[in-house]
Design a protein around this ligand. Sequence first.
Ligand code: ATP
Ligand code: MG
Length: 412
Amino acid sequence: MGLKVEINFSNLPKNLIDTLRSSAQELGIDRMAIVGGVIRDSLIDLDVSENLQPPKDLDLVIEGSTIELAQMVQEKLGLTRVSISQENRAFQTIKMVVDGLFIDIARARAEKYSSPAENPKIEPTSIEEDLHRRDFTINAIALDLNTYKLIDLHGGLDALKKQELTFIHSHSVQEDPTRIIRGARYAARLNFHLSKESIHQIQATIKQWPWEWNPTHSEHLAPPALATRLRMELELLLENEPWEQALEFLQNWGGFLLLDKRLHKDQKWKKRIALALDLGLTPLTALIAGSSNPLSLSKRLQLAGKQQNLLKELDELQSFFKDIYFSKKYINWKPSDWCDAIENKNWHSNSIALAICLEIPLWESLLRWFNDWRMIKSPLSARDLIKKGWEPGPGLNEELKRLRRKKLNENN
Ligand code: ATP
Ligand code: MG
């Protein structure tokens, strides 16, 4: 143990490391280390990946009180530079922001999972022991801020050289299946591969499905790592990473089975998400739209109410247009008839967009509505008609509709 490395801290806030060290000393905190992304990325030969960006967050692990340390750093650097944003008392973690850099301070802890995918019970421990609870060996390399030596107890440096992601231990996926998604994020971002044992661990664990909950149960009862934590990791994947590559890894490893069986086999997600992004939809909603029960999955993942609503409307839209398709009612429809059919239902335009991404029957006409028809207004406004002598009321509204219909059908 103890490779001494030069890590370039020049892009960290001024005096940050010195202030952390002096504060820790004053508080009697003997051990403090940087861990996670900043260390991993500093050790990666930058040629390995074009996707690396400057650190957005710094992860610290200490043997002592996180809140006391954060408060002393704030006193020393001042309120204008430092804000303390969030404390998780149960896990004894603190989030703070120093000159725009997000810093997570965690008290070194050991985790015990009483049931798979639930939140673990924790106990304070040493930095060395803390590394055992982490996801991949490359993320479990710590830089001791007293000695400036690396602590690499799980072969992280070796894995970095091999560009390999390996879970720290054999129950990793069972304890927290969101680590599969984290793996897909890192593999895509860093251009790394998952080790054979780790792929095997994923597949064996999913096959065995060690979690008490399964998708036939009520979505409200799903444990955290199969519910909201899964959503958070998926959002990070879709919003911050090369998502096509990351989702491809995830699907190949069998990771979509955490979400849904139909998605596991889905061949259309790439096209669907790309179109969703073009149409201004959130990519996760588009991914979920291809599952066997999108609304139930969106509830399980606790998507925002708005997104859940789109998926609910998608369901209605699908049966509505399926019916029109099979009855062939649409055959002689003019644009104005399409507008009537779509607009009378008061569906949100994003629900129509989602239906387009899913290529439901008649989606081409929905796309014409989305891109053109819905924007076409009557050539005369209500005010114009009143000037011409129309009385406000239902008759005027009908006339506006008639004029719009005429324009729609003329132009198209
Ligand atoms: P990034 O560059 O995305 O910030 P990171 O490795 O710093 O990468 P964070 O999400 O900031 O990732 O987490 C910090 C560290 O906490 C990780 O490196 C890892 O050691 C640990 N960690 C985070 N989430 C998990 C998890 N679900 N299971 C185990 N360890 C985790
Ligand atoms: Mg980080």
